[in-house]
Design a protein around this ligand. Structure first.
Ligand SMILES: CC(C)(COP(=O)(O)OP(=O)(O)OC[C@H]1O[C@@H](n2cnc3c(N)ncnc32)[C@H](O)[C@@H]1OP(=O)(O)O)[C@@H](O)C(=O)NCCC(=O)NCCS
Length: 229
């Protein structure tokens, strides 16, 4: 990997419609690339999301309960064909969720809990419907294979944790819990979350993959308490 790969910038993708028009093409292509490149790392599949309508894609970015962080190459040499910066790493933090982190039986796909009525959902509604302590879920963590091992995923996890802390603190909440579900046979991801401070809460079995293979997973959480705010 060229050394200029470390020259990157971080973006918290905005929710307003004109910004979404700008960011949607690279968001969508990076997400599809991640599902194609690492099919065993995610609950979703490339085929499923390839069939998403434009509306479904843009609702992922307009949803006030979904906040996406990306790291993109700053070097012009790494621009995409359409002149946009190449995305190197991305993750989304969902929440606050309407169910607590101890609801293990809740649908492991947190998008299902936040996708209803997003066009009328406000921050106030989210706050009113949220479980206590506030519960966020990190989802869709992926680093481009050419940029791995350089600290990008850890950096974006830290951005997501700071976001959750600020969201809670601004609303007078003294604590928040961030959760993650990771396949047990994914040592890079498990190592990443341990490094970020997540602790194992429970081992769980997810619905089998489309090929019928069993998915053993770890449910991990990180508590953000008032002292750390
Ligand atoms: C998991 C993944 C996101 C890590 O991204 P990355 O940008 O390379 O990770 P970072 O460079 O930020 O690494 C941070 C820490 O994670 C751990 N880690 C990263 N890669 C690792 C590996 N291959 N083996 C063990 N631990 C690893 C290390 O503790 C590392 O800290 P260190 O370098 O100081 O030891 C990346 O490998 C990836 O995209 N994998 C495919 C998709 C995936 O599995 N996503 C997770 C779904 S839950």
């Amino acid at each position: 990997m060229a050394s200029d790969i470390l020259d990157y910038h971080i973006l918290h993708l905005p929710h307003d419609p004109s910004s979404i028009t700008l960011h949607l093409p690279s968001y969508k292509s990076f997400r599809l690339f991640s599902l194609q490149t690492s099919p065993r790392s995610f609950g979703s599949t490339h085929a499923r999301e390839l069939a998403f309508s434009d509306e479904e894609w843009s609702s992922r970015l307009t949803n006030p309960a979904a906040n996406t962080f990306t790291a993109s190459a700053s070097s012009k040499a790494q621009e995409n064909e359409n002149g946009s910066p190449q995305t190197l790493c991305s993750n989304t933090i969902l929440g606050p969720l309407p169910y607590s982190p101890t609801s293990y039986s809740a649908d492991p796909n947190p998008w299902n809990a936040i996708s209803q009525s997003i066009h009328t959902l406000t921050d106030r509604d989210l706050f009113a419907a949220a479980s206590r302590p506030l519960h966020f879920r990190i989802n869709g963590v992926f680093t481009h294979p050419s940029a791995r091992g350089k600290g990008l995923a850890k950096k974006l996890i830290d951005e997501s944790l700071s976001f959750a802390k600020s969201w809670a603190a601004e609303r007078g909440e003294g604590e928040a819990v961030v959760s993650i579900i990771v396949d047990s046979d994914n040592p890079a991801a498990v190592g990443l979350y341990r490094k970020a401070g997540f602790k194992l809460v429970k081992e769980m079995e997810l619905a089998p993959r489309e090929d019928g293979s069993v998915r053993d997973a770890l449910f991990m959480t990180l508590r953000l308490d008032a002292e750390k705010f």
